[in-house]
Design a protein around this ligand. Structure first.
Ligand code: ZN
Length: 295
């Protein structure tokens, strides 16, 4: 099944609902970063939340979500250009932590710290809001962020199920947001349904689609507005890394060149290796010099 998100309005338009399947997206991330199960669950849940969040902004805007935390995972960064595609990276891809009941201990691996959300909405300035990490289980942390920083009461349910061979079997998520005018009784109904609902991954395992997930929590008059494909994609290029190399300065570039003959840079989001030959580096050094003398 292709990954996609469905957007719907329910309860007389007072509740905005999003449901997504992200199995392939998270499996792509797992293969790129060689993620072990707890790392896969943490990054996969975050990728899912950010992919959904991105669809609430116009395509071209940029969101960067950063977990700055003290657990074994070593923090995470996920970015999107709000076009359905996400990419992410994390400090330690090889975390396997389990709770006594055998479930993956995502909260323990993430640890304590802060969730930073940076929005580049292009027409306005870039701004960052920060909220505390509540449990490190990711869903709770996003719900707390929406409530604290955006004043939107939200339910966030995210899930990643990893198989015996570490491959991602199911991944997906649901985000519900109460709009102004949402009645107390509607919120109570949703909370009751959400707590009675099976895990997202159990529902996906039962071959439920994102539309089915919406139906579990919505009233019968829910309207599906949009369906959008989701995926994992990095848009890095050699030029992206040229800027970073120029910023190192000519002295540093010269010594790297002397040591190695060529310079290799690796993208943290897709593990692509970009090679810069001596000719490339000399060209960058010339640009750097011009830039230096211009300022
Ligand atoms: Zn890349």
């Amino acid at each position: 099944m292709e990954d996609y998100v469905v957007k719907a309005y329910a309860y007389d338009g007072t509740v905005r609902m999003y449901a997504a399947s992200t199995t392939r997206l998270v499996e792509d991330a797992r293969r790129i970063h060689d993620l072990w199960p707890t790392s896969a669950a943490a990054l996969g849940r975050t990728l899912t939340a950010v992919a959904i969040m991105g669809t609430t902004y116009p395509a071209g805007d940029e969101l960067t979500i950063r977990f700055e935390s003290d657990g074994d995972l070593g923090g995470m960064i996920v970015t999107t250009k709000c076009d359905g595609y996400v990419r992410g990276t994390l400090g330690n891809p090889h975390v396997l932590m389990q709770k006594p009941d055998g479930k993956l201990d995502v909260g323990g691996a993430v640890g304590k710290g802060f969730l930073h959300v940076t929005k580049d909405l292009k027409v306005r300035d870039i701004f960052t809001s920060t909220s505390e990490i509540v449990t490190g289980e990711i869903g709770d942390d996003f719900a707390y962020y929406f409530a604290q920083s955006e004043q939107i009461p939200s339910v966030v349910a995210l899930g990643v199920k990893v198989g015996e061979d570490n491959a991602v079997m199911h991944a997906g998520g649901i985000i519900l947001q109460a709009m102004p005018g949402c009645k107390e009784e509607t919120i109570a109904t949703i909370e009751a349904r959400a707590s009675a609902m099976a895990n997202v991954t159990t529902l996906l395992e039962d071959r439920k689609t994102p539309e089915d997930l919406i139906a579990v929590l919505a009233d019968e008059n829910a309207r599906i507005l949009e369906r959008k494909p989701l995926g994992y994609r990095c848009d890095c290029s050699k030029e992206t890394f040229e800027r970073g190399l120029i910023a190192l300065g000519n002295e540093e570039l010269r010594s790297l060149l002397e040591e190695q003959g060529t310079i290799e840079t690796t993208c943290h989001f897709c593990q692509a290796i970009w090679r810069f030959t001596e000719v490339d580096v000399r060209r960058l050094m010339k640009q750097s010099k011009e830039k230096g003398s211009a300022s």
